[in-house]
Design a protein around this ligand. Structure first.
Ligand SMILES: [Zn+2]
Length: 276
């Protein structure tokens, strides 16, 4: 069954199984469509770095935070440089990057925390959104994994950070792999493949031949599954979407399909403040 369930009212996808199992947890992914009452236009671009009017983007972000039950002041995001660094968010960094590119968590593609009342976000238009949860320590995290982040093992970095910072046992960690370009649509060349072959000894499971000579069809989601399993996460704890952002351009922005002129969707995760 598809782990990301679409809410037709809010136009957001939710990791229903996680949200039902762990009350107070919100985890999901936006689509290209916004909530009518708050979206500046029909589309819901959440990235400040793609040349859109910043006021519209901030309004869309405020709308999303509000809709998901978080204060916009707690929206926290990174600059995403296609690296493999993951950063622990402590009380002093909450709200970083919410309304300007200058205030983002720098040099970072992954964010994690155990703080409650923090809305962690990360931006996408084809790259792979990774979600992490350790129900024992209550650690939550998001990682942005394009091909570069994937082959530099950002998924493993997050599992190791949970173990180091929160004494998480990898076997307790849950991972979800969200909407992103699928092996059906992601053609890469030998330059990328050289790195893919070094990422995991099982890389062949994630690659198929292409009709173009010297090119390959790469399944980044499958590659990330292999990497988190090697990091000690149980196969039964990994949920992977079926949504391809390029095939489903009606629902998602796609960097490749929109020929580089795409808006950005957001992955989000957070523990709501306790009300009692
Ligand atoms: Zn596809």
């Amino acid at each position: 069954m598809e782990p990301f369930q679409l809410n037709d009212t809010t136009h957001t996808l939710h990791l229903k199984k996680w949200e039902s199992a762990y009350p107070g947890l919100t985890a999901g992914f936006t689509t290209r469509w916004g909530k009518e009452s708050t979206a500046s236009s029909q589309t819901c671009n959440l990235g400040l770095h793609v040349g859109d009017n910043p006021n519209h983007v901030i309004k869309n972000r405020q709308g999303l935070a509000d809709q998901q039950g978080f204060l916009f002041e707690t929206w926290t995001c990174a600059d995403q440089i296609h690296g493999n660094k993951v950063t622990k968010i402590t009380a002093g960094q909450i709200g970083a990057g919410r309304d300007s590119l200058e205030s983002v968590v720098a040099d970072t593609d992954g964010l994690y925390t155990t703080e409650r009342g923090v809305f962690l976000t990360s931006f996408y238009a084809d790259c792979v959104p990774l979600f992490f949860l350790d129900p024992i320590s209550k650690a939550i995290g998001l990682a942005h994994a394009g091909w570069k982040g994937t082959v530099s093992l950002i998924a493993r970095e997050m599992v190791e950070a949970f173990s180091r910072e929160y004494q998480s046992n990898p076997e307790d960690i849950y991972v979800a792999i969200g909407p992103s370009i699928g092996g059906c649509c992601y053609e890469v060349d030998e330059r990328v493949m050289q790195q893919v072959r070094m990422a995991t000894s099982q890389w062949e499971q994630a690659v198929q031949s292409s009709s173009t000579s010297g090119h390959f069809m790469l399944d980044l989601r499958h590659l990330n599954q292999l990497i988190v399993k090697e990091a000690g996460v149980l196969a039964s704890h990994i949920s992977t979407t079926h949504y391809c952002t390029s095939c489903r351009n009606d629902l998602f922005f796609s960097h490749r399909k929109d020929q580089g002129k795409a808006g950005r969707m957001a992955s989000f995760i957070g523990w709501k403040e306790q009300t009692t």
